[in-house]
Every structure is written in C-alpha cells, then in structure tokens.
Design a protein around this ligand. Structure first.
Ligand code: PA5
Length: 448
C-alpha cells in the first residue's frame, strides 16, 4: 500500500504544524497504557494457541453446515463482511471458489431490525444445514439479541436443543454479559473479544477471524499483512514528483515535495487533519472495485464512531465509481466544495477481460481494467481542475495479506487522527445513548 499526497493541495509546512502532536499521539498508542489499545501490538502478540483453536473450529463448521449465519452489528460484523466480500466471488454461483472442498455460504443477521430481511433469511435456510456464530462484545445489543432468538428457535425445531447447542458458536466478553452466561451454561464453543479491544478495532480478533476462516480465507496471511504495517519502519519522506510520473496524463501544475519522516498511516492521519482544519468537513472514499463496498462501510464506522464526538470530526462518506459518477459526479465537480476525496486504486485486479471489437475503435481490444484505470486518471485530472483535494491510496492487489495491511493502516491512522482532534478514539457515547433510548422506547411499548 502506498499513500500519495501529490494532489492533496497540502504543503510540507501545513503537515509539519502537527508533527509534535503526532509524536505524542504515537507515544500514547505505543505506551500500552491507554485503554482499548490492545489492537496496536496484536498482529505480532496474538495468542498462537487460540488462533490454532480458531482454525480448527472453522474447519469443523465447514463440515457441519451449508450456511453459517453470522449474527452481529457494527464492529461485530462489518470487518468480516468487508473481508469476505473483498476476497470472495462477486456472484452466488461462484462462491465456492475460495477452496475446492465444501464451503458454506456466509449470511449475516442481526445487523438490522427488518422483519422482512429476517423472514426471507428463514425462507432461504429452510432446507439447509445451518450453524450460528453470534458475536456481541457487550452481549446486550438489541439487534443481534433478536436475531439470535429467532435463529436459535429455528435450530431448536430442526435439531433439538442438544443438536442446536453443537451448532452455535459465541464470541463475546470473557466474563460479562448475558451472552457469556448463556455460552457457559449451554456449553457453546466460544471465543473471547479481548477486554482491551473495542468493537470497531476487533477485526483481527476472533470477531473477524472466525467467520473469515470459515469462508476459506487464510487468516495467517491477514495477520502477516497487519504485522507488516505494525512493524513498518519510519519512511524518509515522500517524493511527489516520482509519484506523478506513473500517471498517464499530467496537468502541468506545480508540485510540492514532502520530506517528512512519517509512516504512511501517520501521513494519512495528519493530511486528513490538516484538510479538516482548512474547512473540509466531509471525506469521500472513492473506489473503482465493487468488492470494496463493505470495506468502505467498515471504514465509515471506524472513522465516524472514533472521531465524531464533542462537535468534531470529519463526516465519512463513500462513492462507488464509475457508477456514482453518473449520479454524484456533477456535485463533486461543481457543487459545494466542503469535501475532500480519498481515492482507492487497486493496481493489479484479480481478473480481466478484453473489450470486443463491437465496442468501437477507442475501446476495442483493450483490457477492461485498463479502461477502469483511464477512468481513475480522468476523474482525478477533472477533480484536480475543480480544486478538490485528493489523497490517493494504491493497493497492490486484493488479497488476504493486503486486507490485513489495510485494516491495520486505517486503525492506526484513525486512532492517531482522534488524538490529533483531542477526542478519545475508543469510546462511542453517542451509540450507547441511542441504545439506551431505544430500550426506553421498548419499555414504553411493552407498557401499552
Ligand atoms: O465499535 C463499537 O463498539 C460498536 O459499533 C459495536 O461494535 C456495536 O455497537 C455492537 O456492539 P456489541 O458487539 O456489544 O453487540
């Protein structure tokens, strides 16, 4: 992964303003003394035995069922969904491609309160062998609680209580909460969400890794990718002139060189912060590979929930290109310029096809991915002309290794950015307040 700030409209002085604060923020994260920073050293400190047990459990689940339903919301499902979508086949008919042997479908539940969604899920699994993986750190969240009850009932009817028990896997707190009590009482196979890791930073714990392993993805490669970022040495500056030579077209505008001894995650954190301080209130993640859709959903939660507090924060949004250029492109080019863009560019897409002769002279015989790259270049040049600040992130390829690297990169940048903003990036009092108010509303409903 490589971050390119050559079109960020920032200069070295603007970034250097935050150097001291950034160094303090790094110190806090690395100290091991801050609450909820267990994820910082996790990629090389993880419990090898626990991960071994997790891999064995995943292969047992693969033998047991046609469908694994992952029940969870927010940080308890988005990371797994992001990974499985990114690395799996885009169409149901191709979903067994991850490994040659039997591979269960992975469905998600408890991530909304739609009766229709859950009724259709029950219809879809009526003739299938099913396992459940229920994930909740607190064990008290309404959405997964309801979905778990509904699906547990289904399992009881189909397999009896004893049979159901052997098909339920729980991931929750080590000691607290009703889910922990139930898991211990019923004897479910269970894993722990570490105390010092919050929901949205928990992808590299059993929360993300168990469903991902059931999907047949190599979780050791993910951890290796994360490790490569966790231990990354400080880089010595970024030469923006070099970066721009890779473009197919140039705008001829003056370029700036940076010579900052920052890691990529630090650069990203500080660039976003500087743009925010220059009045940019919205960050738009733009991506040209549809398989990245849920990675963007995970990112929105990570940044929105970590930094959006005390009246501060950048509103995270996402657009899928080129589709959204035909709906939102006009606004981006000429609308209210309250945003900056973070552009995700996959350098080596997994597959390709050639455009046939019938598509016309300009396109015929070209690879479809080359046309997609022309779109990346064209959009960036057009947006540069419109004066939109852009941060470009090059991802070598969509693989387990780079998924791990991306997860760690963004977790780190997000936590650092929170400290730069002077907010606690590991709390979510706003989410708690919605959860409490909804419980009150349900009490009212029960009283009527
Ligand atoms: O990041 C967070 O802490 C939240 O988004 C949680 O992941 C989400 O609210 C689900 O909570 P729980 O895992 O306790 O059910």
């Amino acid at each position: 992964m490589k971050i390119d700030l050559s079109r960020s409209l920032l200069n070295e002085q603007e970034l250097n303003l935050y150097a001291e604060k950034l160094a303090k923020a790094e110190g806090l994260l690395q100290s091991g003394k801050e609450a909820f920073t267990g994820w910082v050293k996790l990629p090389y400190n993880y419990d090898r035995n626990e991960i071994g047990r997790l891999v064995e459990t995943a292969s047992k689940i693969r033998q047991q069922c046609d469908v694994l339903i992952v029940i969870g919301i927010g940080g308890s499902y988005l990371g797994a969904k992001a990974c499985i979508d990114m690395l799996g086949h885009g169409f149901p008919e191709g979903q067994n491609k991850l490994h040659k042997s039997h591979s269960p479908k992975i469905y998600f539940a408890g991530c909304n309160l739609s009766g229709t969604y859950h009724a259709e899920l029950l219809e879809a699994i009526s003739n299938r062998d099913v396992c459940l993986c229920v994930i909740s750190k607190s064990g008290t969240t309404t959405e997964p609680n309801i979905a778990f009850s509904v699906l547990k009932d289904h399992l009881y009817q189909k397999y009896g209580r004893e049979g159901a028990r052997r098909r339920i896997y729980a991931i929750t707190d080590a000691a607290r909460g009703v889910l922990r009590e139930e898991a211990d009482r019923e004897g479910y196979d269970s894993f722990i969400v570490p105390d010092d890791i919050g929901g949205r930073y928990s992808v590299l714990t059993p929360v993300g890794l168990l469903p991902i392993a059931v999907a047949g993805i190599d979780i050791y490669e993910i951890l290796e990718g994360a490790q490569s970022r966790a231990e990354a040495p400080k880089i010595r500056g970024v030469d923006l002139n070099d970066q721009r030579q890779t473009d197919q077209r140039q705008t001829g505008q003056k370029q700036t060189n940076f010579d900052l001894a920052l890691t990529d995650a630090e650069l990203f954190a500080v660039a976003r912060h500087a743009l925010n301080n220059k009045g940019k209130q919205i960050e738009i993640y733009e991506y040209y590979e549809p398989k990245l859709q849920y990675f963007m959903e995970w990112l929105k939660q990570l940044f929105g929930e970590s930094q959006g507090k005390e009246g501060k924060g950048i509103f995270p949004a996402s657009l899928q290109f080129t589709a959204d250029l035909h709906s939102m492109g006009q606004f981006l080019q000429e609308g209210n310029q309250i945003f900056f863009e973070t552009v995700f560019n996959v350098l080596k897409p997994e597959k390709d096809i050639l455009v046939p002769e019938t598509a016309g002279e300009l396109l015929a015989g070209r690879s479809m991915n080359a046309v997609n790259q022309a779109a990346v270049t064209g959009v960036m040049v057009a947006h540069e002309k419109a004066g939109i600040p852009m941060i470009k992130i090059d991802i070598p390829e969509l693989s387990a290794f780079y998924f791990g690297q991306m997860v760690y990169f963004f977790e780190k940048a997000c936590a650092l950015g929170g400290y730069l903003l002077e907010v606690d990036p590991f709390t979510q009092p706003g989410v708690e307040s919605y959860k409490n108010e909804m419980r009150e509303a349900l009490v009212d409903l029960a009283g009527k």
